[in-house]
Design a protein around this ligand. Structure first.
Ligand code: NAD
Length: 284
């Protein structure tokens, strides 16, 4: 392996350590308290709830998981969100996704009060990203940008390719890097030659949900590769394992690579805690 691995764990630990004095300062005015809404029992959503709870406990942030019936109507969900928006002791609200098919996640996320939207998915917070404001930006986009910064890359002027254009990862990541004067190319399912764009990039950030999409010969030698993908696949031994969107062989070509697991995911989780604290500060 040629590439240096940029692990997320130590970065996440530092982010969480920096939050401790901020949480202590909020104790007398607006102690942060996060409410997570889980409609149904999607295993992925439940897994995230568990890890959120653990992070909150570690930092002394209040956490409540509201488990709602899988059959709950959109109106009833909106009612729950309206109640939490008006609740003075709830400082953060997160909708765990995916939600059951009959629910409109986007409309529910839009109903969360922007100052309590710790996931950064409300149109008001996404709009602030366009203005370069990272305060309540989507956690995964912040995590991808953090990895680029932590790698010691000069962002200004860098040729960066963002593979994936989703609302919570690709688009906000591209905008946050644009704000730092990177030259950002966004590739997506309609791009004719994603490989060619990747080969020209000093930094490739990949968030597609396609295991191993980005091949070693797509990578510019020495480039930074940030693998955002989290895919659960069956290994040759029949056991389920977690893999990224970048072929492991990329480690032979890249200069720096974020591992999966143990890379962007850990930083995303820590940044959810940071957003939770920032939201409480906005309300204090
Ligand atoms: P999404 O399904 O919303 O978007 C996928 C994007 O990939 C789209 O923009 C699509 O155009 C693009 N795409 C798909 N196939 C492509 C191809 N062949 N070539 C080029 N582009 C292609 O996914 P998402 O929510 O952005 O998540 C992407 C990945 O990131 C998933 O693996 C997800 O599990 C992971 N994820 C990780 C974290 C984390 O903390 N590390 C957080 C959120 C999502």
């Amino acid at each position: 392996m040629g590439a240096r691995l940029l692990e997320g764990g130590p970065i996440a630990d530092r982010i969480k350590a920096e939050l401790k004095p901020r949480i202590a300062a909020l104790a007398a005015t607006k102690p942060p308290r996060l409410v997570a809404l889980l409609a149904g029992d999607n295993p992925g959503a439940k897994y995230y709830a568990k890890s959120q709870q653990k992070d909150c406990e570690e930092l002394g942030i209040g956490y409540e998981l509201q488990e709602l019936d899988a059959e709950i109507t959109q109106d009833d969900m909106l009612g729950v969100i309206a109640g939490l928006n008006g609740c003075p002791t709830t400082t953060g609200i997160i909708l765990l996704v995916p939600v059951p098919k009959h629910l409109d996640a986007r409309a529910l996320q839009a109903a969360i009060a922007p100052e309590k939207d710790v996931d950064g998915v409300n149109p008001a917070n996404l709009g602030r990203v366009v203005q370069g404001d990272r305060t309540l930006a989507p956690c995964t986009a912040q995590a991808a940008v953090t990895m680029v910064e932590e790698a010691g890359i000069e962002v200004k002027g860098a040729e960066i390719v963002m593979v994936g254009h989703s609302e919570i990862v690709g688009k906000p990541t591209a905008l946050l890097l644009l704000e730092q004067l990177a030259t950002v190319t966004v590739c997506h399912i309609g791009t004719r030659d994603t490989a060619a764009h990747c080969r020209a990039a000093d930094v490739a950030i990949v968030a597609t949900g396609v295991p191993g999409l980005v091949k070693p010969d797509w990578i510019k030698p020495g480039a930074l590769v940030v693998d955002v993908g989290i895919n659960r696949v069956k290994g040759e031994d029949g056991k389920t394992k977690m893999v990224g969107d970048v072929d492991p062989g990329a480690a032979e070509v890249a200069g720096i690579l974020t591992p999966v697991p143990g890379g962007v995911g850990a930083v995303t989780a820590a940044l959810l805690m940071k957003n939770t604290v920032a939201a409480a500060e906005l309300q204090a």
